[in-house]
Design a protein around this ligand. Structure first.
Ligand code: HEM
Length: 127
């Protein structure tokens, strides 16, 4: 069809690679989030790239390499409360702006990360 995906509108792999690089640079410097991630950030970076590109209409490489995403389940080993969600989403939205995605791609990315970030919360805050 002539209906373009967000992935195609954005320009394919390169901007999504750039997004993940920017995001991980921020995570690496964040004292709240860095301890949740393993010493070697490269495998997670690749998984993140494959997933995001696939989710927005790119080739189904994440599923081919890692199976069904089941993201909420995959995040259960990490304690994710409101603060961790806000830090994660804040870094991703900043990375979106650093890469300079144009509309309507920018809003599609922002809306997804805000919503999916909230879905990943698995810890209540202190009462
Ligand atoms: C790993 C996506 C939110 C922390 C991953 C992976 C993906 C992903 C695709 C790789 C899974 C794999 O190895 O196959 C997402 C999406 C999110 C989200 C789409 C929301 C929009 C969060 C939040 C946190 C978080 C809020 C916590 C602050 C982690 C950690 C890993 C991970 C610690 C493991 C990285 C590694 O093993 O190297 N995430 N995530 N994620 N995510 Fe998320």
């Amino acid at each position: 069809s002539n209906q373009q995906t967000i992935y195609e509108l954005a320009g394919g792999d390169p901007p999504f690679r750039a997004l993940v690089e920017r995001f991980y640079a921020r995570v690496e410097a964040d004292p709240l989030l860095r301890p949740l991630f393993p010493d070697d950030l490269e495998p997670g970076k690749e998984g993140q790239f494959l997933f995001i590109a696939q989710y927005f209409g790119g080739p189904p490489r994440y599923n081919a390499q890692r199976g069904h995403p089941r993201l909420r389940m995959r995040h259960m080993p990490f304690a994710i409360g409101q603060a961790e969600r806000d830090a994660w989403v804040g870094h991703m939205l900043a990375a979106v702006d650093e890469v300079g995605f144009a509309e309507p791609v920018r809003s599609a990315l922002r809306e997804y990360f805000e919503r999916a970030g909230t879905f990943m919360i698995n810890q209540q805050g202190q009462p």
